[in-house]
Design a protein around this ligand. Structure first.
Ligand code: APR
Length: 242
């Protein structure tokens, strides 16, 4: 079985990490979609860093939930597997998913990188509140995530495209994302090809819902473990159809 899974913030919601566009996403009354921008960082880097440090701290304390575990389990059993996650947290990894089976297409919140040169470092420990400066060139350091309006990493796009070239997926699962970005929709539909099944897991309808063979309108932590169990118990008999 060849499987592509695409996840978004909804998959980490049950671990206590707020989504971007939900009402809980607001921080100090500010809209996250307006904080995660190069413009916001240029205007007020202290404010943007405060937000990221708080998110980092919340993620450090959070635990993977049954949705992350179900995806890691599916990855172990599928013949070919790739996870494309828009999440910058490390909960898929901490649930046991092998790093080579996933692409964090919007970056890694624990990476701090220079806004000018190529210096980067990983920061998994608690940090102080100073504005970080690059030890190589003294420029301001920034979180290693992709902000609105920025390009995706070409190497990461290459990994996804390479998986696509390997053939159509039997199953494409899209979970916990508002699926607002064209490349997410494009990858989901192209990976499914002519014969694959697209399954959506999201309590709300999205633009992708119209293309899904089945949409589970449930939290990911409820629907994914059940779905993966069903798939894995059927895999040696015949592929289930939804
Ligand atoms: N289980 C599954 N889905 C859920 C759950 C849950 N428990 N809770 C919320 N959702 C769904 C919401 O219905 C919504 O469709 O998760 C989705 C979260 O949407 P967004 O907040 O827009 O997050 P995401 O789709 O990951 O955003 C994409 O946009 O802000 C940028 O770079 C950021 O990676 C992010 C990207």
């Amino acid at each position: 079985m060849r499987v592509l899974v695409i996840t978004g913030a909804g998959v980490s919601a049950e671990s206590g990490i707020s989504t971007f566009r939900g009402k809980d996403g607001y921080w100090r009354n500010l809209d996250p979609t307006k904080l995660a921008t190069p413009k916001a960082f240029a205007r007020n880097p202290d404010l943007v860093w405060d937000w990221y440090r708080e998110r980092r701290q919340r993620i450090r304390k959070a635990q993977p939930n049954p949705a992350h575990q179900a995806i890691a389990n599916l990855a172990l059993q599928a013949d070919e597997f790739l996870l494309v996650t828009q999440n910058v947290d490390d909960l898929h990894l901490r649930a046991g998913l092998a790093a080579e089976k996933m692409v964090q297409i919007h970056g890694d919140i624990f990476m701090t990188r220079c806004s000018r040169c190529d210096f980067r470092r990983s920061e998994h420990e608690h940090e102080d509140g100073d504005l970080p400066k690059c030890p190589q060139c003294s420029a301001l350091m920034r979180p290693g995530v992709v902000w609105f309006g920025e390009q995706l990493d070409a190497v990461k796009i290459g990994i996804v495209e390479n998986f696509m070239r390997g053939g159509d997926s039997d199953l494409v699962i899209v979970a916990g994302t508002s699926a607002l970005f064209g490349y997410i929709i494009d990858w989901a539909l192209r990976a499914r090809g002519q014969a694959g099944q697209l399954i959506e897991v999201n309590p709300e309808e999205t633009w992708l819902s119209q293309f899904a063979a089945k949409s589970f309108r449930e939290p990911a932590g409820v629907a994914l473990p059940r779905l993966v169990n069903e798939l894995l118990s059927n895999v040696n008999r015949r592929a289930p159809t939804y």
